[in-house]
Design a protein around this ligand. Structure first.
Ligand code: NAD
Ligand code: UDP
Length: 340
């Protein structure tokens, strides 16, 4: 196992890293889109933060600005292998999340979610840490109920191309609740609905990044299918606030809790909003629908409102405007680099 931890406090024991540090939050997947924002906010709250990542879909650049902070450490490690890091709080965010990313290596995705959950829970069991799981609205599959409440058991095709992710996340939830019931591990399971914002990759394939990049390049905005499918989009700052509140909630609060923005938009409407925001000359075009694409997504967040006093505050257009700014800067940098 490779590590980037300089100095003391770290030793290698049979492929297992041991960090002696109380008041530490461990963020698996901390170099990814959501994980990097979480690392930042945890540092601001006064935690020492360990970011554990295999850099498969995440990037060092996402956490480069934190590297000089003495309370921040990066460990390169794959959660499919055991690890032992002393932390009081663990966030398991390690998994590809964009459909093209998680379908590129479906077996790897399923194992990351199942073995990653086992190794994370074993680490929490040894250290007594509170352990927070990034689950997903995908556990509801193509829902037959809207909005989706946590009590809804879902409608997932267990053999389709999305199953590696959906069933991986469902199995991880099962493992979390069984470790809690069997071993008393203090778990918190949050179900994330589509989240967007700065640090999404230009090429990650999700709808918000695709449409913004296409619009900024005046390229066609590619709708898969008829565009009448709906999603609820949450800005990353709102989402991270929800997770921070959840992690600090009392020991009786295990979830699952939906974390997302209940505003529901068709994909067609999203394309129009982004085209308008960017003053783009892009056309909106339709490509074939993708297999098992859920028709609707909208969280019921009453549980989060009651138990965490949380609800999102960033309206879609305002959040998209900030995200457009980010991608504009990123594209300008990319074009400059290409010109050299
Ligand atoms: P991301 O791809 O940007 O981040 C995932 C991070 O996990 C990356 O840094 C990646 O390198 C790392 N990773 C992947 N496999 C790993 C492994 N085997 N070992 C160690 N690290 C590994 O995705 P994201 O959008 O930041 O998603 C983070 C988490 O939130 C994921 O678990 C995802 O399932 C969940 N989630 C995200 C959304 C969303 O809309 N962004 C929605 C639902 C759930
Ligand atoms: N989508 C689209 N064009 C794109 C990318 C995605 O029409 O370029 C659609 C996709 O088919 C889905 C919705 O947008 O209906 C959200 O897709 P995303 O991959 O962002 O998230 P998920 O499907 O996991 O909710």
């Amino acid at each position: 196992m490779r590590s980037f931890i300089p100095g003391e406090g770290y030793s290698e024991v049979k492929n297992i890293a041991v960090l002696k540090n109380l008041g530490t939050a461990l963020v698996n997947g901390g170099a990814g889109f959501l994980g990097s924002h979480l690392c930042e906010r945890l540092l601001l709250r006064g935690y020492s933060v360990v970011c554990l990542d295999n850099f498969s879909t995440g990037r060092r650049a996402n956490v480069e600005h934190l590297a000089s902070n003495p309370s921040f450490r990066i460990i390169e490690h794959d959660v499919r292998q055991p690890f032992d890091i002393e932390a009081s709080l663990i966030f398991n965010f390690a998994s590809p999340a964009s459909p093209p990313d998680y379908q590129r290596d479906p077996v790897g995705t399923l194992l990351t979610n199942v073995l990653g959950a086992v190794n994370t829970l074993d680490c929490a069991r040894r250290t007594g840490a509170i352990v927070v799981q990034s689950s997903t609205s995908e556990v509801y599959g193509d829902p037959t109920q809207s909005p989706q409440r946590e009590s809804y058991c879902g409608n997932v095709n267990s053999i389709g191309p999305r199953a590696c992710y959906d069933e991986g996340k469902r199995s991880a939830e099962t493992l979390f609740f069984d470790y809690h019931r069997t071993y008393g591990v203090d778990i918190k399971v949050g179900r994330i609905f589509n989240t967007y914002g700065p640090r999404m990759r230009l090429d990650d394939g999700r709808v918000v990044s695709n449409f913004i990049v296409q619009a900024l390049r005046n390229a066609d905005l590619t709708i898969y299918g008829d565009g009448q499918q709906t999603r609820s989009f949450c800005h990353v700052d709102d989402l991270v606030e929800g997770f921070l509140r959840f992690s600090a909630a009392g020991s009786a609060c295990h979830g699952p809790i939906n974390l997302g923005n209940p505003g529901e938009f068709t994909v067609r409407r999203l394309a129009e909003i982004i085209r308008d925001l960017t003053n783009s000359r892009s056309r909106i075009v339709h490509l074939p629908a993708v297999i098992d694409d859920p028709r609707q997504r909208r969280p019921d967040i009453s549980r989060a409102m009651t138990e965490l006093a949380w609800q999102p505050h960033i309206e879609l257009e305002a959040g998209l405007a900030r995200t457009v700014e980010y991608f504009d800067g990123l594209l300008a940098g990319t074009e400059q680099a290409e010109a050299v």
